[in-house]
Design a protein around this ligand. Structure first.
Ligand code: SF4
Length: 203
């Protein structure tokens, strides 16, 4: 009899997602319609991490499906990525009220899920979209100074760019955002991708 073969890592990611959708570890669970664990390829070379779900994501339970998601899709397509090839998630998995920035406590409560997703997927490059993932996973640096750069930290290689929502509110950033995602594509194919900048450069 035919048996479906799941991609390695898919079961572990489903288990993490099942925990997220019933999670009550921080107050953000109170107002959510749906938690948004993230989605994509369990063996993705590129993982993209945003800040938090917005209204449309909360409604659908899927990441980056609103206006910012459409710009992200455009950038990925232009660079030759498909959404199925990458994995997309956020620092916190439930929508903060009125899309405010998640608090430190909320981020701390939610981060173990992201760390587990990283350990399962083991991406070659982690693309941080905007200031909140940059501050949370690397430190209080300026996204405008660090965008388009790679940084090595804790054994992971990070690539920094703007959040697509920032590029919608400030159209002058859109071109830079599109270029950054193109560069991300090129990095995947280059041998020197493991040579990220030292954080000292940005102090
Ligand atoms: S944001 Fe994260 S920690 Fe908070 S309730 Fe949702 S899944 Fe749990």
């Amino acid at each position: 009899m035919f048996k479906a073969v799941l991609m390695p890592g898919a079961n572990e990611l489903e288990k993490i997602a099942a925990e997220i959708v019933t999670c009550v570890k921080c107050p953000l669970h109170k107002n959510r319609a749906n938690a948004v664990p993230g989605e994509g390829n369990p063996r993705a070379e590129v993982m993209l991490i945003g800040e938090a779900p917005g209204a449309e994501e909360d409604k659908q339970g899927r990441p980056f499906v609103g206006a910012a998601g459409r710009l992200l899709n455009e950038a990925l397509e232009k660079a030759g990525f498909s959404r199925e090839e990458v994995f997309i998630t956020n620092i916190v998995k439930c929508r903060p009220p009125r899309n405010r920035v998640p608090t430190e406590d909320e981020r701390r409560a939610c981060l173990p899920y992201l760390h587990r997703q990283l350990e399962v997927i083991k991406p070659k490059i982690i693309c941080l979209l905007g200031r909140t993932p940059l501050e949370t996973l690397i430190g209080p640096y300026s996204i405008s100074k660090m965008r388009g750069r790679t940084i090595e930290k804790d054994g992971w290689l990070f690539f920094l760019t703007y959040h697509p929502a920032a590029a919608i509110y400030n159209p002058s950033l859109k071109e830079q955002f599109l270029k950054d995602i193109q560069k991300l594509r090129e990095l995947i194919h280059r041998d020197e991708r493991r040579r990220g900048s030292s954080l000292d450069e940005f102090l």
